[in-house]
Design a protein around this ligand. Sequence first.
Ligand code: NAG
Ligand code: NAG
Ligand code: NAG
Ligand code: NAG
Ligand code: NAG
Length: 398
Amino acid sequence: MKLLFVALGMCVFAYSACVWGRMELHAGPRFNVIDYGAMGNGETDDSQAFMKAWKDACNASNGTPTLLIPKEKSFMLQPLFFSGPCKPSILHIKLKGTIIAPKNIKDWKLGKGTRKAWIRFKRINGLVIRGGGQIDGQGAPWWNAYFNSEINRPTALHFSECNNLFLSGLTHINSPKNHISINRCNGSFISKLHFIAPDESPNTDGIDISYSSNILIKNSKMETGDDCIAINHGSTFISVIGVYCGPGHGISIGSLGKNGAHHTVEEIYVRNCTFNRTTNGARIKTWIGGKGYARKITFKDIILVEAKNPIIIDQQYNPYDSAEAVRVSDVSYDNVRGTSSSPHAIKLHCDKNLGCTNIVLKGINITTIAGKKTYASCKNIKGVCSFCNPHVPCLSHS
Ligand SMILES: *[C@@H]1O[C@H](CO)[C@@H](O)[C@H](O)[C@H]1NC(C)=O
Ligand SMILES: *[C@@H]1O[C@H](CO)[C@@H](O)[C@H](O)[C@H]1NC(C)=O
Ligand SMILES: *[C@@H]1O[C@H](CO)[C@@H](O)[C@H](O)[C@H]1NC(C)=O
Ligand SMILES: *[C@@H]1O[C@H](CO)[C@@H](O)[C@H](O)[C@H]1NC(C)=O
Ligand SMILES: *[C@@H]1O[C@H](CO)[C@@H](O)[C@H](O)[C@H]1NC(C)=O
């Protein structure tokens, strides 16, 4: 419960009350991209207009500036790099229309700072993006190219080195790779986002988080080809509440410890989430040979609809043998119910040297789609279970 208070406390005080209050009180200048020459016809390159409007918003000195992207228009943008710091303590982007990436790979002008992302924000504090609009990454040609050969594909939206990021009410479709990356940010409130990409689109994760803390993701719907949310190395105090996931690969901690890296993740709280036809549900994955830990992780009030690997800890993500492993401990699954598309509903496979400790399962009830019994397998885990269907053999039962 501690985490919930930290996250919500931060959000209530830092955002709902404070940000909105201040925005209404000191609503500042508006910078409409149309006034800077943007066409919004979905074809013309509107990048320069956006860049000019951004410069003015970033340099505004009276009140909270709003960069306005008007509705019923579609703005084609080349990769853009918005770099801070900016003068205002809060900068509001009101995205009411659509922003759309170039249609063909050959038309993308990936330049300095944008090799890995289409729209990149760095060192912008108090960035607020909302407005009901849509972000279309035009991923299809990139996926097809990737199926033919390994290529570097850009993330649609990339945020790094930020404090107090607020994202709400946007639709993200068809990113070439993952839709949102959050890296080295502290304090984010993310709500009411909708991610849509085909089931078979490669690596189109919803949100990937690394080296970040105090992040709350709420009431969002993720229908993508890969992880709905991936919580990676260096993340602490991440809450995910009321997220609907599927199709997709579920909510994943890791993978951690690739190539012997020292990775840590702790204080993760996932609550009231639904996994519908996902290939995994609540997953923790680590590579053999890694170092560090994943601990203090809670999955609570989870609904499963035909999920394939509903509860999975996989420490054998890599076939090589090693004396090292990422230490997994203090993980709880509380009230996880529904159906699994495979009878093998629970896999808790931990490293043979370290094992996983203090794994707590409570109120688990997973049946097959036909309502038949499922089963659990486990290796090298210690912990307790109170009411587990299926029965988990390695745990003590209370
Ligand atoms: C920012 O505004 C100041 C004056 O308020 C001006 O001198 C400066 O050139 C502006 N910078 C940019 C990048 O527009
Ligand atoms: C994140 O922000 C909180 C609240 O402002 C602060 O207490 C904490 O030290 C910050 N953490 C990091 C890693 O900057
Ligand atoms: C659970 O999440 C759903 C969205 O998936 C939301 O509509 C509902 O209000 C949430 N319930 C609680 C008790 O938080
Ligand atoms: C699960 O997904 C299927 C197919 O998209 C849909 O028909 C069904 O309503 C979903 N179930 C729930 C509980 O959301
Ligand atoms: C477990 O789930 C099955 C199928 O939904 C249901 O029939 C059964 O009553 C549940 N058991 C408990 C103890 O909740």
